[in-house]
Design a protein around this ligand. Sequence first.
Ligand code: NFE
Ligand code: MG
Length: 519
Amino acid sequence: MATTIVIDPVTRIEGHLKIEAVVDGGVVKEARSSGTLWRGIEQVLQGRNPLDAQRITQRICGVCPSAHSTASTLNLDSAFGIADQIPHNGRVLRNLIFGSNFIQSHILHFYHLTALDYVDVTAVAGYRGNDPHLNQVADFIGRGSLGPFVPRYEGDYRLPKAVNIEATKHYVQALDMRRVSQEMLAIFGGHMPHNMSIVPGGCTEQVSVDKIADFRWRLEKLRYFIDNVYLADVIAVAEVYSDYFGIGGGTDNFMAYGVFEMDNEPDLTKRARMFPGGRVNIKNLKPQTLDPSKITEDVRHSWYSSESHLHPSKGDTVAAPGKNGAYSWLKSPRYDGDVYEVGPLSRQLNAYVQGVEPTVSLVNDTLGHFKAGPGALQSTLGRHAARAIECKIVADAMAEWLLELKPGEPSCAVYDIPDEGEGMGITDAPRGALGHWVSVKGKKIANYQAVVPTTWNGGPRDDKGQPGPFEQAMEGTRIKDAKNPFELVRIVRSFDPCLACAIHVVDGKKNDLGKFVVS
Ligand code: NFE
Ligand code: MG
């Protein structure tokens, strides 16, 4: 007899995601991913000064605001016609700010959003010893303050007690590491969340030797943690839960827009980026090109009455709560009508098939360690491994970028806002391909659309009925215990869902000043 498993909410932070899975004979026959929180940004931007975009779109999310500041700024660079004029320091500073956010976000995801699916924190309950981190956790549990650790499932915690205790210590240490990363970002970004310095034309922050030194010691602390703790913990988990290299695969298509600017080429599909843009099908591993004109968003199964299958430059967002057949506030982005997964795994796969180092060596080393082929990457653990590898590559690259800064030289171009312009800002956020599109008329924003990583991964079925990446990853999964569906939360969390980002649209109306306000 079929039963339906409902998990709501799934995410430990980052918004409201509901998962429904119909299980028959112990196997998921049909899965639905549903964003249930109505919020947003796009229409708020209409009629405003284009320079507000960087400020306002960062408020989409406190986890990846640097991603939205980067996408909105690339968008305005392109609409203003200044994408080829970013000074050297401006380009490098943007990469350093965004890189700090990547590191923080990947550490957050592994330790605070997913590790407790694998690590049994109750192993620390009786701890009495000299480690202040563990004493803190034991006190927490002793007082019954279980907030960050529950609800949880039971029955499939497999690590030895000593490893559970050590990993819990790292859980607390990772909070410190995230603080260090946020401080590092703030040296050049002003503050975190919502940096003040990434702007069209470059970066407002000036480079000085003392700021470089301040940044450097923090980065070295983080590199030590990533190399010796984060990577080691991912491998320790993967060794004991190795069946998850074969669980949670999903779609065969992987896309990246590319991230970390290496030159000032104005066409973002041709710009040199540390992680390149592209598409790849895991079954043939051949690099394919990316044409952003083929991106559309379907809304047949979303609570919107606006037209479906529009390119984001023409996108529209009219809320229709209760719409027949709809089950999510997320739209369904598609490339040429096809479903694509985005995220660290997509980025590293695209870099891998394009022969980019050190991705090729690190991926091959990891696959060699587990005696697996590239197909194993299309899985729950493949996503964790790709994210950890990526975190190391970004941190190591940042040490090089820091040396490229030129104290005393300019970091921002001078420009005028044009009367008219069309912009596109495509980049990769920690959770995957992120695009902002703008239309400027009379020096004001006429239309603004964002298509966000978790919208790609977590969207509902499209106009053709094709399930989204979360849904495909769950379908066909064998569930050992329907009362403790570890498989489903492990699969979905491996994508690192952020519903705050994914649902960024808003209902509202213009006020007397002609500004859009939330109703
Ligand atoms: Ni709110 Fe975000 C990232 C973006 S994910 S975290 O990374 O863009 O949809
Ligand atoms: Mg949108």
